[in-house]
Design a protein around this ligand. Structure first.
Ligand code: MRU
Length: 344
C-alpha cells in the first residue's frame, strides 16, 4: 500500500502536501484555520474529488475548534457560515458537498458544543478512513479488468494525491501491478494544470510502474495505433444515468476509445455518485482563471488580453463508458439501475 498521505490530521492541524509545488519540491503545509483550507482547495494545493471531500471535512473540524459559542444554536449558526465558505471553493466534485452534508448532520445531532466539536473531528477522520477503504476495495475489483501485458491510458491524476492515500484509477493500476501483472501506463499530461505530467508521473515513478508521458493531443494517435488496451480515469461526479464529469479532455478520450474499440473505465467511490441529478447536463462545470491557459510555467504564451475559456471539467455521456468500478464491484449499463443498486 502507498504510504503517501496528501492530507492528514496531525495534532489539531491539517497537514497537506502542496500539490502546486510537485514534482519540483515536496512542500508540506500545516493549516489551522478553515479559511486557509478553503484557499488551499481553491488554489488546488489539495485537489482530486475524494481529497477535496476529506479536506472539506477536516476544514469543518478546524473551523469548529475555533468557534466560541454559548449555546448549540449559536454554534450551529457559526458552523453554517464555515460550511458555506468551504462549499464555495470548487463546484464540480460532489464529494465536497457530500462531506459537508455529513459534517452538518453530525453537528445537528450533538447535545452540547464540546460534544459536537469532538464528534465533528471523529466524523472527519471517519470520512478519511472510509474513503481509503473504498479505494482499496474498488482497486481490487478493477484489477480484475487488467490483463497481464496491458497498456493502460489514464488522464489527470486519480492517485494517492487525489484521494485518502490509495487512489481510484491509479489505485486500480497499482493493485494490478501488485498482483504481479506486467503493465505499462500512458499518462496524458492534462492541460492546463498538468496533473498528468506533474502528479501522475511523480506517483508512477515512486511506485516503480513503467509509464510513458504523452501530451493530451497524442491520445487519438496511440489509441488508433492499437497501443492502448484500456482507458481508466477517475470522476468528479457520476449522475443517475451514468454520465460522468471528470477532468477536461476526458470526453475526447472516451470518444476516441470507442471509435477504436478500446474499453473505457471510470473508477470512483460511492461518495462521487450523485443520484439527485438525472443527467450530466445538470452538473455545474467549474470555470477557472484565464491565466491557467495564457501562461505556461509562469511564462506568457498568448498575446495579452486575449479572450480565454477554461472549463476545468467535461461530461462523458454514459454510452461511452464500458464500466464503472465502485467499491461494490464493477457495474455496467443500464446505469440507471446499476447505480441505484450500488447506492442502496
Ligand atoms: O481539478 P482537479 O485536479 O481537482 O481534477 C481532478 C480530476 O478530474 C480527477 O480525475 C478526479 O477528481 C478523480 S480523483 C480520484
Amino acid at each position: 500500500m502507498s504510504k503517501l498521505k496528501a492530507i492528514e490530521w496531525v495534532s489539531s492541524k491539517v497537514r497537506i502536501i502542496d500539490q502546486t509545488m510537485l514534482p519540483r519540491e515536496e512542500v508540506y503545509l500545516e493549516l489551522s484555520d478553515y479559511r486557509d483550507m478553503a484557499s488551499a482547495i481553491k488554489e488546488m494545493r489539495i485537489r482530486g474529488a475524494p481529497a477535496i471531500g476529506i479536506a472539506a471535512a477536516y476544514g469543518m473540524a478546524l473551523g469548529a475548534q475555533g468557534i466560541e459559542a454559548k449555546s448549540k444554536e449559536d454554534f450551529l449558526v457559526k458552523l453554517r457560515s464555515i460550511s458555506e465558505t468551504l462549499a464555495a471553493t470548487r463546484p464540480t466534485a460532489v464529494n465536497l458537498f457530500w462531506a459537508l452534508e455529513r459534517m452538518n448532520r453530525v453537528a445537528e445531532t450533538g447535545n452540547d458544543v464540546a460534544e459536537i466539536k469532538a464528534a465533528l473531528l471523529a466524523e472527519a477522520k471517519r470520512i478519511d478512513a472510509e474513503n481509503e477503504e473504498a479505494d482499496r476495495k474498488l482497486s481490487s475489483y478493477g484489477a480484475e479488468l487488467i490483463k497481464d501485458g496491458f497498456t493502460i491510458l489514464t488522464h489527470c491524476n486519480a492517485g494517492a494525491l487525489a484521494t485518502a492515500g490509495y487512489g481510484t484509477a491509479l489505485g486500480v493500476i497499482k493493485a494490478a501491478k501488485r498482483r504481479g501483472k506486467n503493465i505499462h501506463v500512458f499518462a496524458a499530461e492534462t492541460r492546463p494544470r498538468l496533473q498528468g505530467a506533474r502528479l501522475t508521473a511523480w506517483e508512477l515513478k515512486q511506485e516503480d510502474i513503467p509509464f510513458t508521458l504523452i501530451t493530451d493531443t497524442m491520445t487519438g494517435h496511440f489509441l488508433s495505433r492499437g497501443k492502448i488496451d484500456c482507458v481508466i480515469v477517475g470522476a468528479d461526479r457520476i449522475v443517475a444515468n451514468g454520465d460522468v464529469a471528470n477532468k477536461i479532455g476526458t470526453y475526447n478520450i472516451a470518444i476516441l476509445a470507442m471509435e477504436n474499440g478500446v474499453p473505457f473505465y471510470v473508477a470512483a467511490p460511492n461518495s462521487t455518485i450523485d443520484l439527485s441529478l438525472s443527467s450530466g447536463e445538470e452538473i455545474p462545470i467549474e470555470e477557472r482563471s484565464p491565466e491557467e491557459v495564457t501562461y505556461f510555467g509562469g511564462v506568457p504564451i498568448a498575446p495579452e488580453g486575449v479572450q480565454v475559456a477554461n472549463p476545468a471539467f467535461d461530461i462523458t455521456p454514459h454510452r461511452y463508458i464500458s464500466a464503472i468500478i465502485t467499491e461494490q464491484g464493477v457495474i455496467r449499463e443500464p446505469y440507471v439501475e446499476s447505480l441505484k443498486k450500488v447506492m442502496k
